[in-house]
Design a binder for this molecule. Structure first.
Ligand SMILES: [Mn+2]
Length: 495
């Protein structure tokens, strides 16, 4: 989506969802500012039955001068209507007539409305992040308006449970870049919960549902600000013999839930996507903290029954393998030969000098390290990035002088932590080729597994039915999972 194309429209209205939250307000603010800076007439409205009354949002509108107007009876028909943090045609936004409609959102795509221009990225933490990206691409610097920058930060902050559920690198880029009014954020953060919500928190905790066999807790709250769910689940996880907690509420518009895990056998983000799968929502987050949404229309029973049932499935479905202590009986498995592959690699001293402290940012997360002469980065077949030492690299791969190219959803970047200078990696990437053709035994999985490999004792890899469980012929503990869709590309049956 290129915002500059929108400058051809005469009358532009931006609308966020009814009962706006901080992310909706910040997103609309960013769009409003874009048109205003380009000398266009623009309005930013919200509709619905309720006027903003939460105290943190009142502070936000007042202190950050959010140019939003409450227009329950809006009757004009703009040339362009941009809906932010929601999708035109859905229940949570009152419909406004318009000649052209554009949608910017970070929720799961669910609009059936055709003919709209859409920019929907459901894996980022806030719509503010998307608006921040769009207005930068259109040539504006959000930091030129400190109040807007603060609003964008607060939008991400509240939509990701105080940043604890942030996982996308774009969200991190925005967090690192924005220059904000800290005092205003502190003021908003400390007016976040009303006394009534404090009571909701207490009542919810009294009605917990504990499952001793798998040590998880399910807590239902009355509909409330989603941040309350994070408060409840963070707090409840501190209880002894509780290793996973799911807190949720069900309102007419959505079921929101928050997942916390301190069990190494349960990644919170994986459980969150499992709970929401096929139910019109999605999840975000990381191993320890995650959250998600389910659309009530997709439920065939109550939200509580659905969540309880899915939790039971989740615990029943996996076989857990600790590769270090496991010998698999591979006598009936087929033998395969590993095919030669080309991958990418980057010598880190080509990017910054040895001794430089760096931060590597990828779709999978951030890594901090210091460059030394032996340090390389590998770019795997699916674009995943991981560090590797020179001797290990030369043992398995042959370096070539060919340039390496590929498309990334988010191109990894390396930041010099001493100077703040940021470089993208692709310009430094060369092609490498595998040297040996290892022999492996492999078998398609009949049950999902969680595999702790020899190298990753505290983090598991998930394999689903149809993926391959693979063991190197020369090392029975070298067990790993290969995606079913990729297996034929990497291995051929041995004759
Ligand atoms: Mn949002």
């Amino acid at each position: 989506m290129d915002l500059k194309e929108f400058l051809n429209y005469e009358k532009v209205v931006i609308q966020c969802h009814d009962n706006p939250d901080a992310d909706a307000l910040a997103s609309g603010y960013a769009m409003y500012w874009f048109f205003q800076q380009n000398g266009k007439k623009v309005r930013f409205i919200y509709r619905g039955r309720n006027e903003i009354k939460k105290s943190n949002l009142l502070i936000m509108v007042r202190e950050l001068q959010v140019p939003v107007e409450y227009e329950p009876f809006f009757a004009e028909e703009p040339d362009l209507l941009i809906t932010v943090d929601c999708q035109y045609g859905q229940k949570n936004i009152t419909s406004t007539k318009a000649k052209k409609i554009a949608i910017i959102d970070h929720h799961q795509k669910s609009t059936s409305f055709s003919g709209a221009l859409t920019y929907i990225k459901s894996d980022v933490g806030s719509c503010s992040t998307l608006c921040w990206k769009l207005i930068r691409e259109a040539g504006l610097l959000p930091n030129d308006n400190r109040l807007l920058a603060t609003a964008l930060f607060y939008g991400l902050f509240t939509d990701t449970n105080r940043l604890s559920e942030v996982s996308h690198p774009l969200d991190r880029d925005m967090m690192d870049t924005l220059v904000i009014n800290k005092a205003t954020v502190t003021e908003m953060v400390n007016s976040n919960i009303s006394l009534q919500e404090l009571q909701i928190t207490g009542k919810a905790i009294l009605n917990y549902d504990y499952h001793p066999s798998n040590k998880y807790l399910v807590i239902e709250a009355e509909p409330c600000d989603p941040c309350i769910l994070g408060v409840i689940s963070d707090f409840a996880l501190e209880t002894e013999n509780v290793s996973v907690c799911v807190a949720f509420y069900a309102s007419a518009y959505e079921v929101k839930f928050s997942v916390r895990s301190c069990s190494k056998e349960v990644h919170a983000d994986e459980l969150a996507s499992f709970l929401a799968e096929g139910l019109g929502g999605g999840g975000g987050g990381h191993m320890l903290k995650a959250g998600g949404t389910i659309l009530p229309d997709c439920l065939t029973k109550s939200a509580r029954d659905t969540i309880e049932e899915r939790l039971e499935w989740y615990y029943d479905r996996y076989l857990v393998i600790y590769a270090q202590h496991t010998k698999l009986n591979t006598s009936t498995w087929k033998a395969y030969e590993k095919l030669s592959q080309t991958l990418g690699c980057i010598k880190l001293t080509d990017v910054f000098p040895a001794g430089t402290p760096i931060n590597i940012r990828t779709l999978e997360g951030d890594v901090d390290t210091v460059i030394d002469d032996e340090a390389y980065l590998m770019i795997g077949v699916e674009g995943e990035i991981y560090p590797i030492k020179e001797n290990k690299l030369l043992n398995s791969y042959q370096l070539t002088n060919f340039v390496f190219t590929r498309e990334f959803e988010y191109e990894p970047r390396i930041k010099n932590r001493a100077t703040g200078e940021i470089k993208k990696v692709l310009a430094y990437a060369k092609t490498v080729r595998t040297l040996s053709s290892a022999i492996v035994f492999a078998k398609p999985l009949e049950q999902p597994v969680k595999l702790f490999t020899v190298w990753t004792e505290d983090k598991y890899y998930s394999g689903d039915v149809g993926d391959y469980l693979t063991v190197r012929a020369d090392d029975e503990h070298d067990i790993y999972v290969v995606k079913g869709s990729l297996f034929d590309r990497f291995y051929k049956p041995r004759n």
